[in-house]
Design a protein around this ligand. Structure first.
Ligand SMILES: NC(=O)c1ccc[n+]([C@@H]2O[C@H](COP(=O)([O-])OP(=O)(O)OC[C@H]3O[C@@H](n4cnc5c(N)ncnc54)[C@H](OP(=O)(O)O)[C@@H]3O)[C@@H](O)[C@H]2O)c1
Length: 288
């Protein structure tokens, strides 16, 4: 049995679909806090089980009979090393034979503030004695396309990434890759996969692509990290989220979101989705 923890999230749902394609729904277990969220998946024959990273007692039961587990990192920033540790302990107790964990690109050396919890989880996996693989995901293309309408309307894209090159990848490509690894065999144990898009862009490149696809002028305006955080707060983001986004953006200026290993494309067996495609999808226009 193959299980996905975090199956109800945006990456998790895509990974579930990809895994079902590869191994069939009868061999798939979806772990979710609220099973009602995955009623549609249960209707396809997937075993949907209640599991909360904050309730360790739910985890061992939910992992019964599972041989390979994909642990998708949670989204409770600051709580995640403890939460992931509970899942790893439960996996060990339940006799799970392999864990694949969605970490952050180049977690071992990453200067991004968010990387700390991922490094801590990687260390817990290493200490567990269980076979594991690290799926070190770069930034999603969709991080850059979630709120394009006001950018196009105002003609200015702001950020703190300078001329840093960003090799983001679509969630769908990353989901397919994690499903490939989960559905794989013993060769995946001990592997570290640095997962990023084939092509990299600077934020100025992004503004220029957006401008071309939207048919409106858009320029990139670089800011100091603190000013970018303030700008994000001024449009309603909570201060700690604004600080986290600004930190990631600034760290990208020195290459924290760049990778050219080609690992993602090799895993999925095709070129990764270009950022222009994700922009076009977000704007609801034909692929550019
Ligand atoms: N690479 C990137 O650019 C990027 C960007 C954002 C986040 N991330 C990381 O990658 C993960 C997956 O991304 P995503 O876009 O799929 O995020 P997402 O849509 O927010 O999904 C997060 C998933 O974590 C689950 N979860 C949160 N707390 C949990 C808990 N206590 N117990 C069990 N499950 C819990 C959520 O379950 P519910 O449905 O019950 O809430 C959901 O399924 C994120 O959680 C985050 O760690 C990466």
């Amino acid at each position: 049995m193959y299980a996905i923890a975090g199956a109800s999230g945006q990456l998790g749902r895509l990974a579930l679909a990809s895994l079902i394609d590869k191994v069939g729904s009868a061999q798939v277990v979806a772990l979710v806090r609220d099973p009602a969220k995955l009623a549609d998946v249960a209707a396809q024959g997937v075993s949907v089980r209640a599991a909360d990273y904050d309730q360790p007692e739910t985890l061992v039961t939910a992992l019964a009979g599972v041989s390979r587990l994909l642990l998708i990192s949670g989204n409770a920033i600051g709580q995640r090393a403890r939460q992931h540790g509970a899942v790893i302990d439960a996996a060990k107790a339940a006799g799970v034979g392999f864990i694949a964990y969605t970490s952050i690109l180049h977690a071992d050396v990453s200067t991004i503030g968010l990387a700390g919890e991922h490094r801590a989880t990687e260390a817990l996996l290493a200490a567990s004695g269980l076979p594991f693989a690290l799926l070190r995901n770069g930034w999603y293309n969709e991080n850059y396309t979630g709120a394009l309408a006001p950018v196009v309307a105002g003609g200015v894209l702001i950020g703190a990434s300078g001329a840093g090159r960003i090799a983001s990848a679509s969630r769908a490509d990353l989901a397919e890759a994690v499903a490939v690894v989960l559905a794989g065999g013993d060769e995946t144990a001990g592997k570290v996969y640095e997962l990023a898009g084939d092509a990299a862009f600077t934020m100025a490149d992004f503004a220029s692509e957006l401008s071309r696809i939207a048919g409106k002028p858009v320029v990139y305006q670089d800011m100091a990290e603190a000013d970018y955080a303030k700008a994000l707060e001024s449009v309603g983001l909570p201060d700690f989220i604004a600080a986290m986004i600004a930190n990631s953006s600034f760290q990208a200026s020195s290459g924290a979101l760049f990778d050219d290993s080609g690992t993602l494309g090799a895993l999925i067996g095709r070129p990764t989705t270009p950022i222009a495609q994700t922009i076009a999808t977000a704007l609801g226009v034909a692929a550019a």
